[in-house]
Design a protein around this ligand. Structure first.
Ligand code: BG6
Length: 481
């Protein structure tokens, strides 16, 4: 077989601060929207829960609640165990480790006069540990959390002031870590603001008549913040690369009925809107009719279009877990962000996510054709329940199958001319689920002894997939068996 993966291909794994770190309010960290997320659990497995709107009363209740279980406050205690965890990643041969920085760990209220030195020092130590092992940090500046103070005082990204606070936060990171971090992402799954208005947008539901309009306005502010951040990054760290991050929703037409095909084209437009703005630097014309039909009027101020044009990203990173089907039929199945019509050709995970490795290749080809910028697959993986045997082994052949089939397709896409920077499967170490706050929905190569009730020793155990991925990396993707 031809050599497919380039020599500098960045193999690794991905995580996010709010699902991993724990150390809630420790060393000066402020409240984050993620800290108010209750455990939801198994009954909600096939529902989309990230998008639950929160009112001020609900948030204030969560802040005082002594009885509820809030797993994201505890994560898997990476804050105190990062050395052990990064050493295990190094043992697998990671070239890169995707992690996010918690904004309220750096600016507890989001807009403080001075950054929190203890928070900055923590990430210094994490990056040093990575670099010691030859692992390049890949840092997401904002991943599904937001300083709660800014949500309560100015309704998050709905306020234009949030742009300045965010850019100051990003600038602080660039100045501090310029010698350590060369790969950056602005907003995780920026297109999901429509589903995570509270979690990532900091928008409270109170008093908002048109939530859709609010989310697109907030999205406009994120676009501006992202563009200004990209510009700052290039000024402060000239040898860095900074990308956008899209939750890619490959949507097949249900049939060859032109109406179904049109539905899939429109689904692409709604998804690619975000990358069109961040890569091409302007709003695409197709959104005008969508905004008109939905009564969305965005406050675009003088100079905004120049900012967008001057702050385009260097690469397109994306998450891909599954494909979807759109059309007239109503048969629903689950999904990480949206439900979809069932695809009779595909199997699904226990959570109803339709497993489609070829869909990854399709989507990579489509995106590369559209933009001709390098791609980076920064999330992909299978959430599954693992069983620990008596001799403390985890035989996760199902996870190996899923990842092998997807890597195979990435290799083929590369052979077919798609430029790819790297691959970081999601939740390389088991962590708290973003949507349901479960622990039992595991993605990792490394098992963490912690259950849905927050009980366990937190011991880390290598799964079968750990040794398999180690071999994949060692052979640069040539040996997938
Ligand atoms: C992605 C998010 O959408 O999906 C991650 O960026 C998330 O934060 C991942 O964890 C998997 O979703 P879940 O709900 O299974 O954790």
């Amino acid at each position: 077989m031809n050599k497919r993966f380039p020599d500098n291909f960045l193999w690794g794994g991905a995580t996010a601060a709010n699902q991993l770190e724990g150390a809630f309010l420790e060393d000066g960290k402020g409240w984050s929207t993620a800290d108010t997320a209750l455990y939801i659990g198994k009954e909600a497995r096939t529902q989309m829960l990230l998008g639950e709107p929160m009112t001020r009363d609900q948030v204030e209740f969560a802040m005082k609640d002594k009885k509820g279980h809030y797993p994201k406050r505890h994560g898997i205690d990476f804050y105190h165990r990062y050395k052990e965890d990064i050493t295990l990643m190094a043992e697998m041969g990671f070239k890169t480790f995707r992690l996010s920085i918690s904004w309220p760990r750096i600016f507890p209220n989001g807009n403080d006069q001075e950054p929190n030195e203890a928070g900055l020092a923590f990430y210094d130590a994490v990056f040093d540990e990575c670099l010691k092992h030859g692992i390049e940090p890949l840092v997401t500046i904002s991943h599904y959390e937001f300083p709660l103070h800014l949500a309560l005082t100015q309704n998050g990204w709905l306020s234009r002031d949030t742009i300045d606070h965010f850019v100051r936060y990003a600038e602080t990171l660039f100045n501090r870590y310029k010698d350590k971090v060369k790969y950056w992402l602005t907003f995780n799954e920026i297109n999901i603001i429509g589903m995570t208005g509270y979690l990532s947008g900091g928008i409270l539901a109170d008093g908002i008549d048109n939530m859709l309009a609010a989310q697109y306005q907030a999205g406009h502010h994120q676009f501006l913040a992202s563009a200004l951040t990209v510009k700052k990054c290039h000024e402060i760290i000239p040898d860095a690369k900074i990308g956008c991050m899209l939750a890619r929703m490959e949507a097949y037409p249900e049939t060859c009925n032109p109406q179904d095909v049109l539905a899939s084209v429109k689904a692409d437009e709604m998804n690619f809107f975000y990358t069109d703005v961040q890569i091409r630097g302007e709003y695409p014309a197709y959104m005008d009719s969508f905004f008109e039909e939905n009564g969305v009027v965005i406050d675009v101020q003088e100079g905004d279009r120049d900012i967008l044009r001057e702050g385009t990203v260097d690469f397109l990173s994306f998450s891909y877990y599954m494909s979807m089907v759109v059309g007239e039929s109503k048969g629903e199945t689950g999904g990480n962000l949206f439900g979809s019509i069932k695809n009779p050709y595909l199997k699904a995970s226990d959570w109803g996510w339709q497993i489609d490795p070829v869909g990854l290749r399709i989507t990579m080809k489509k995106m590369y054709q559209r933009y001709q910028v390098p791609l980076f697959i920064v999330e992909n993986g299978l959430g599954a329940e693992d069983v620990v045997t008596e001799d403390k082994r985890i035989h996760d052949a199902y996870r190996i199958d899923y990842l092998r089939d997807h890597i195979e397709q990435i290799g083929l896409a590369i052979q077919e001319g798609v430029e790819v920077m790297g691959y970081t499967p999601w939740g390389c170490i088991d962590l708290v689920s973003a949507s349901t706050s479960e622990m039992s929905k595991r993605y990792g190569f490394i098992y963490v002894d912690l259950d849905d009730d927050g009980k366990g020793t937190l011991e880390r155990i290598r799964k079968d997939s750990f040794y398999w991925y180690q071999k994949v990396i060692a052979t640069n993707g040539e040996e997938l068996a």
